[in-house]
Design a protein. Structure first.
Length: 233
């Protein structure tokens, strides 16, 4: 049974969504502010967190930033209907997905299940084809799907599930272009729709993380209007 942390200062959302998730077979922990959630997470991390952005004491952005210092567990943001800036910032900071308020609880359940399936696929190496269970070396890059580990020039890089899958998809065939639609298919479930901006934000975050290991990292190339390509160095 997967444990889902639901963090929102709206008690109606906490109550209704937790009831829905429990009915779907999840174990749910609820918190009405970011600081309470962070305090609990230091003792025991959930399998996934669903975070509101605007909360008292500590907002969702601050909580995500602190979480990403120690864990790559999947995170979904709940964002205001018209607040695109928050969506982009959240993705760049390392969120895996976002759902706009007001939202369908069925949609949220599907997003949660999709992320957990992707996390399980990465953890077991059961991603796309059998070849992906093997350690992959592409120039200075080493990826081990079974251990969800990535290193560049011998330095470890911590990636979220989404970032790992995107990098894996690009690096499998150096020099070949992957369109945004193809990358969406790799990183997201068929039942989940995301737009181009979501993929772009994940790629920007991925590049930023790789540059923590190497300031001169340029292996991921943008082909404007087409997609992205991994160039083996």
């Amino acid at each position: 049974m997967s444990r889902i942390a639901l963090v929102d200062d709206d008690r109606n959302i906490l109550t209704s969504v937790s009831m829905t998730l429990e009915a779907e077979g999840f174990e749910v922990e609820t918190y009405n502010d970011g600081q309470s959630a962070l305090d609990a997470f230091t003792k025991r991390l959930p399998d996934m967190a669903v975070l509101d952005i605007k909360m008292p004491r500590m907002d969702g952005m601050d909580l995500l930033q602190r979480l990403r210092l120690k864990t790559s567990m999947p995170v979904i943001f709940l964002t205001s209907k018209d607040d695109e800036i928050d969506e982009v910032l959240g993705l760049r900071m390392g969120a895996d997905d976002y759902v706009k308020k007001p939202f369908s609880q069925r949609l949220l359940v599907e997003r949660i299940r999709a992320l957990l399936r992707r996390q399980e696929a990465v953890a077991t190496g059961e991603v796309a084809v059998t070849e992906e269970t093997k350690v992959m070396v592409r120039g200075q890059l080493t990826m081990d799907p079974l251990r969800h580990s990535v290193s560049w020039k011998g330095k470890d890089v911590s990636l979220t599930v989404t970032e790992f899958l995107l990098l894996q998809a690009l690096a499998q065939r150096p020099g070949f272009v992957k369109s945004r639609d193809q990358l969406m298919d790799v990183a997201y479930d068929d039942q989940v729709y995301v737009d181009d901006r979501t993929i772009d934000s994940h790629i920007k975050r991925l590049r930023k993380k790789m540059r923590t290991a190497d300031d001169d990292f340029t292996a991921i190339e943008t082909l404007y209007g087409i997609g992205y390509r991994y160039n083996e160095e």
